[in-house]
Design a protein around this ligand. Structure first.
Ligand code: PEP
Length: 243
């Protein structure tokens, strides 16, 4: 397991300037046991990084292009993220896999570009409700891990996010979470050896202050990726306090 638990907020397409007050409040909170990060929209990264400067709060992005630069209208490169003050990036979120048809190969290319540039890459995987109902969860997870992860564990973070638990208020049972996290750990150890044993594995999907302590106490759960409950400093910090 990872040395310190990590709580990462994904703001999705929420947030303009007034939301920077939440960043300021999180950055000002007493340092707890967890490593904290917020991934606001691209447009807020630079201002968020400035608001978090001098604190332990890291700022990240929600996506990145795999290429260094080029004719890719509307896209953002790793160098642009670093220039804006980001130190991590989420790749392969299920909303991007669904809305933007991102494949495992594209997610791997993005993750590889990110870790090569010195960013931490949080690679998201997770089954749909139909796949779980059909008993395909572990095979789907294995395929996504095989296809989406970079070829080394440096600066790698894996996030298990069952698609049916995202934004729904539904969470898997504790044995279901533990089963998938154990399978992810086994894949990481087999593929990367000792670094795979230390790769953080986050759980994401309707994490809230009320369920955080139980989820974060499960074996191989090294932190949480939090959507809705990361939008206010109060609920984000309440989740961090559960570590
Ligand atoms: C997410 O978007 O990564 C997520 C887990 O969302 P929520 O916490 O709102 O379910």
């Amino acid at each position: 397991a990872a040395a310190r638990k990590m709580i990462v907020g994904n703001w999705k397409m929420f947030g303009t300037a007034p939301m920077l007050a939440e960043i300021t409040a999180i950055a000002a909170a007493p340092a707890g046991n967890a490593k904290l990060a917020i991934c606001p929209p691209f447009t807020l990264i630079e201002r968020a990084a400035r608001a978090a400067q001098g604190s332990a709060l890291a700022i990240g992005a929600q996506d990145v292009h795999a290429a260094d630069k080029g004719a890719h209208t509307g896209c953002i490169s790793t160098a642009m993220l670093i220039d804006s003050g980001a130190t991590l990036v989420i790749v392969g979120h299920s909303e991007r896999r669904a809305d933007n048809f991102e494949t495992d190969a594209q997610v791997k290319a993005k993750a590889t570009a990110a870790v090569t540039a010195g960013l931490e890459a949080i690679v998201c995987i997770g089954e749909t409700e139909a796949q779980r109902d059909n008993g395909q969860t572990l095979t789907v997870i294995e395929t996504q891990l095989a296809g989406s992860l970079p070829d080394a564990a440096d600066r790698l973070v894996v996030a298990y996010e069952p698609v049916w638990a995202i934004g729904t208020g539904r969470t898997p049972t504790e044995p279901q979470v533990a089963e998938v996290h154990a399978a992810i750990r086994a894949h990481l150890e087999k593929r990367f050896g000792a670094p795979g044993a230390a790769t953080p594995i986050l759980y994401g999907g309707s994490v809230k202050p009320e369920n955080a302590a139980n989820l974060l106490g499960l074996p191989n759960v090294d932190g949480a990726l939090v959507g809705g409950a990361s939008l206010t400093a109060a609920s984000f910090l309440a989740i961090a306090a559960a570590v």
